[in-house]
Design a protein around this ligand. Structure first.
Ligand code: ADP
Ligand code: MG
Length: 400
């Protein structure tokens, strides 16, 4: 999917409002504890600065719900932005009105203006046209780079495009390109790896991709709803009884379409997700007091072998409770197999989902796969086949 990208050379001296997603985690003392989301926008910011655009950054942080809540101020972003860009940041206490106009006049050279949290105003999430118009007023051009907010039709992601010439930034374009390659034009064999907590979070993705994949590997908490659907006792494992009939229908549909579904053949179990010891079990016989918390070593081997034969791999959802090192091995084995098939076979490997991205980052393997999406909810909705409201305005007509 090709998006209408900004042409930096045409933006010299122009005032550009750049929507980023710097909704970063803060530690107890209010400092940014993980700057991954900020880093993802640096290439777009730098390209605009190089051509002499006058930039203001707009973002949300947390859920202040339309009110000014000081703990959700964007001030903590000043230091990491200055550090990553090696430029001065001029902070503006609001994202609207005269103060923004003043800040844009006051800025000099390649100083970057950072506007205060968009969500301090109710008009942002309500996608109020008068708010979007006011947000647009001090600017000549809008550039949208916040892929991870693109599933929300908010004033700063969608509404504003009615009031300014609008273009996609590098990150938004890159996400749309890689995710659509996998979703719309996967090279076969196409393997889908699903894990994570719940079947219910991934129903839309399963329904959409069942039409396209050759094989699905199922791990994580969701595997136990599949075992329950086959009548196995799942002990204290995560299990969504109300999704059993969906799972049964899905298994039938997969069989009709010739899609292979592979469930774990061995399981690592413990008494709680924080357990300090583990037991290896067959999935047919999980006792009442234990919960399945990771795929076992035989499953990890089988999954790795399947991954090694694929040309396209989409991975969404960890294979176990990887936050506990005792139950991280399955997730790590899958991450390593993805890295290997990328380098050895030239496969396209894409990781979607917030926790899956954290896992592959924690294993230092994010650079070894084709693409790790920065959008948790946005990538899920993309794989459900939806046209995201924050992407639609930038799609070239032939791709709609
Ligand atoms: P993503 O954010 O990548 O889409 P999810 O949010 O669906 O992934 O799931 C991630 C969570 O699933 C992790 O916090 C992990 O601890 C949990 N999880 C994985 N396997 C299990 C399991 N067997 N039992 C309980 N929780 C699990
Ligand atoms: Mg998650």
């Amino acid at each position: 999917m090709q998006l209408n990208l900004f042409d930096a050379s045409a933006l010299k001296g122009k005032r550009v409002l750049l929507r980023v997603d710097c909704n970063v985690p803060l530690d107890n003392s209010g400092h940014v504890s993980d700057d991954t989301r900020i880093r993802a926008h640096i290439p777009t910011i730098q390209a605009l600065l190089q051509e002499g655009a006058q930039i203001a950054l707009a973002s949300h942080l947390g859920r202040p719900k339309g009110k000014i809540v000081p703990k959700y101020s964007l001030k903590p972003l000043i230091a990491p932005l200055e550090n990553l860009l090696q430029k001065k940041i001029l902070f503006c206490e609001t994202c609207l009105g005269e103060k923004v106009e003043e800040a844009m006049q006051k800025r000099s050279g390649d100083e970057v203006v950072l506007l205060e949290n968009l969500r301090f105003h109710p008009g942002e999430e309500a996608n109020d046209p008068s708010f979007a118009k006011a947000l647009a007023a001090p600017f000549d051009v809008f550039v949208m780079d916040a892929f991870s907010a693109s599933h929300r039709a908010h004033a700063s992601t969608e509404g504003i495009t009615a009031f300014l010439p609008s273009y996609a930034g590098f990150l938004l374009a890159r996400e749309a390109d890689f995710l659509s390659q996998v979703r719309d034009h996967p090279k076969k064999p196409f393997l889908l790896i699903l894990g994570g907590a719940k079947v219910s979070d991934k129903i839309g993705v399963i329904e959409n991709l069942l039409e396209k994949v050759d094989t699905i590997l199922i791990g994580g908490g969701m595997a136990f709803t599949f075992f329950a659907a086959q009548g196995f006792p799942v002990g204290a494992s995560l299990c969504e009884r109300d999704k059993i009939s969906f799972v049964q229908e899905m298994m039938l549909k997969a069989r009709e379409k010739g899609v292979e579904i592979i469930l774990p053949r061995d399981i690592l179990a413990g008494t709680t997700p924080e357990a300090k010891s583990k037991e290896m079990l067959s999935p047919e016989s999980i006792p009442d007091h234990l919960m399945g918390l990771d795929i076992g070593p035989e499953t990890a081997k089988e999954f790795a072998s399947k991954i090694s034969q694929a040309s396209t791999v989409l991975w969404n959802g960890p294979m176990g409770v990887f936050e506990n090192p005792l139950f991280a091995e399955g997730t790590k084995a899958v991450a390593l197999a993805l890295a290997e098939v990328t380098s050895k076979r030239g496969a396209t490997t894409v990781v979607g989902g917030g926790d899956s991205a954290s896992a592959i980052n924690a294993f230092h393997l994010a650079q070894e796969v084709t693409h790790v999406s920065t959008g948790g909810g946005a990538s899920l909705e993309f794989f459900e086949g939806k046209i995201l409201p924050g992407i639609a305005p930038f799609m070239k007509t032939e791709t709609i």
